[in-house]
Ligand binder design. Structure first.
Ligand code: PHB
Length: 392
């Protein structure tokens, strides 16, 4: 809980914004432009990074959400949607005020998005106290669907402990020797390593070393790669995403570790535009994730085609998570737009027929889903995350 001091000033900003909300007299009818059981308009806030290391993820989420709207006549639950986008930036310092603006000024009915776990943790009390539904379409902070779960917060993505823990037993089995753990120094980095370490050690795995790199500012990984080599590790487990994932994987190859010390991680490490930028350096990297463009089901094929048509790029897990957030709202908004009506309806959406396969919300508002073992393979000039196994 070393990160707590970061959140306390934000909590007080959240308190001020809540007072503003109460003073405005808008109460629980905020943003219910359509109101009632059906018809009318609805304003939805999309809070994603448009700047910083996770900006590419934010773009994918915008595309995924918009694709669902395009395919459904711009409506969710029979209501015409107006999307108001705000920049989450690199964390709570920017993400929390941006979310507050969406709720208090723009008066949206619900907010969708949030990439960064620290942003999600910083937003938790604001949404809980405002009684506004927040649909997290990426950030995996474990407490959000655990110790700090809220009636008003739902997640269409994953939790850090689950996506990372899925890979532990496989690495323990495949690697004969100790494994080095490295990740960015913030909530998600710590939780991904902890989640992996738990199942890895339970399966007999041994750790060679553990390091956290400054988040968002580390460009040169050479000193860390040197430490990895010096540790004698037989493999590395890492969580990086966005621009950091590109740098880490490319420098891993430049440093001569690729092909000698196998690299493992959650699938964000080799996803979408990141994988295209890493190119050959990523071949052989094995990851756990709940999605791949290579998933062989008709729903995914149709989705990949539609997404490519719209964006000229392959989709990513980030696009799918936002697409599914729209699918969830399509069901729930049919029942009403008030915070309490909406969260009650979210509890009854049932099975979501997603490109990742069918999933449901569990009792903690997290996604109950399958995880896959993926390996990066060259595929005629491009690179894909081939599915090589099922992780349960
Ligand atoms: C997170 O901060 O929870 C996070 C960020 C980027 C990812 C996955 C998780 O790709």
């Amino acid at each position: 809980m070393g990160a707590l001091p970061v959140f306390s000033p934000i909590r007080s900003i959240a308190g001020v914004a809540l007072c503003a909300l109460a003073l405005s007299g808008c109460g629980s009818s905020l943003g219910q432009s359509g109101g009632g059981k059906s018809g009318g308009d609805v304003k939805i806030g999309l809070l994603v990074p448009l700047s910083g290391v996770y900006a590419p993820l934010g773009q994918d989420m915008r595309n995924g959400f918009q694709l669902y709207l395009d395919q459904h006549g711009g409506k969710l639950g029979g209501r015409t949607v107006k999307v108001v986008t705000a920049d989450e930036g690199e964390g709570p310092q920017t993400g929390v005020p941006a979310a507050q603006k969406l709720v208090t000024q723009d008066q949206v009915t619900t907010v969708v998005g949030v990439v960064n776990s620290a942003t999600a943790l910083g937003l938790r009390d604001f949404f809980d106290e405002a009684k506004k539904p927040l649909i997290i379409a990426n950030a995996g902070a474990d407490a959000i669907t655990g110790a700090r779960k809220s009636r008003y917060i739902w997640r269409t993505s994953f939790s850090n402990g689950k996506v990372s823990g899925a890979l532990g037993p496989t690495v323990a089995k495949e690697v004969k020797g100790r494994v080095y753990l490295i990740a960015p120094d913030y909530a998600a980095g710590k939780e991904m390593v902890a989640g992996f370490r738990k199942t890895f050690e339970a399966a007999g795995g041994k750790v060679a070393g553990e390091k956290y790199t400054p988040f968002g500012t580390t460009q040169d990984f050479q000193p860390y790669l040197s430490a990895i080599r010096g540790s004698g590790a037989k493999a590395v487990y890492t969580f990086y995403s966005g621009a950091e994932a590109v740098n880490f994987v490319k420098q891993y190859k430049q440093f001569g570790l690729t092909g000698k010390v196998p690299l493992y991680g959650p699938g964000f490490l080799t996803e979408g535009g990141v994988l295209a930028a890493q190119g050959q350096a990523a071949v052989g990297v094995k990851t756990s994730l709940h999605y791949s463009t290579e998933l062989d089901n008709p729903r995914n094929k149709e989705f990949v085609d539609a997404y490519r048509k719209k964006t000229a790029k392959p989709p990513t897990v980030f696009a799918v998570q936002a697409y599914d957030a729209a699918a969830v709202l399509d069901k729930a908004l049919a029942s009403g737009t008030g915070g309490d009506e909406l969260v009650k309806a979210l509890g009854g959406v049932g099975t979501i027929d997603s490109p990742r396969g069918q999933w449901t919300f569990d009792g903690d508002h997290n996604v109950q889903q399958k995880y896959y073992l993926r390996e990066v393979k060259a595929n005629g000039g491009t690179y894909v995350n081939a599915i090589i196994g099922d992780l349960g």
